[in-house]
Design a protein around this ligand. Structure first.
Ligand SMILES: [Zn+2]
Length: 159
């Protein structure tokens, strides 16, 4: 069996892989977490956890979804966490994180009920206007705001 140190190391390794503070991943991808505070006054990226979503949770995700922000944190596809770990496509990864952090801001700004109502309401309005799934999704006002937040930041370079 493993000694206590071995078990602690294994735990640390799995913890490192499965979850990380958003601030650490932002820094690793070359983005400064501090510049987000104006656009996201309710979010401290150091306290928002990014986790690999469980297979069960991912079964409910629409095809093409790579990350989901809930009040409890940001959940990502395993491949997304791999990209963070490998440092591959850092700008894309960093902007994805900024996008999801804006959704956390929205959860806190609106509260869960209003957030969910507005999000689904916008989507259904889009579908009612005969937009396709992705068009309706992209037209959700909370998605527009998150995309704008992600587009507005610039990487400061890796540290
Ligand atoms: Zn989004």
């Amino acid at each position: 069996m493993f000694g206590i140190d071995g078990r602690r190391e294994m735990y640390a390794a799995s913890f490192m892989y499965d979850t990380a503070p958003a601030a650490d991943l932002l820094l690793a991808t070359g983005f400064d977490p501090d510049v987000l505070s104006e656009a996201m006054p309710r979010v401290d990226p150091a306290t928002v956890k990014v986790r690999v979503a469980s297979p069960l949770f991912r079964r409910f995700w629409a095809k093409g979804i790579v990350a989901v922000a809930l009040p409890t944190g940001i959940y990502v596809q395993p491949a997304v966490m791999e990209r963070f770990r490998a440092g591959a496509e850092p700008e894309r990864s960093g902007r994805l994180l900024v996008h999801e952090l804006m959704h956390i801001e929205q959860w806190r700004r609106l509260g869960a009920i209003q957030h969910t109502t507005q999000y689904l309401g916008d989507y259904l309005k889009g579908r009612w206007r005969r937009l396709g799934h992705w068009e309706a999704y992209r037209a959700i006002r909370l998605e527009v705001e998150a995309r704008e937040a992600a587009a507005s930041v610039s990487p400061v370079g890796p540290r």
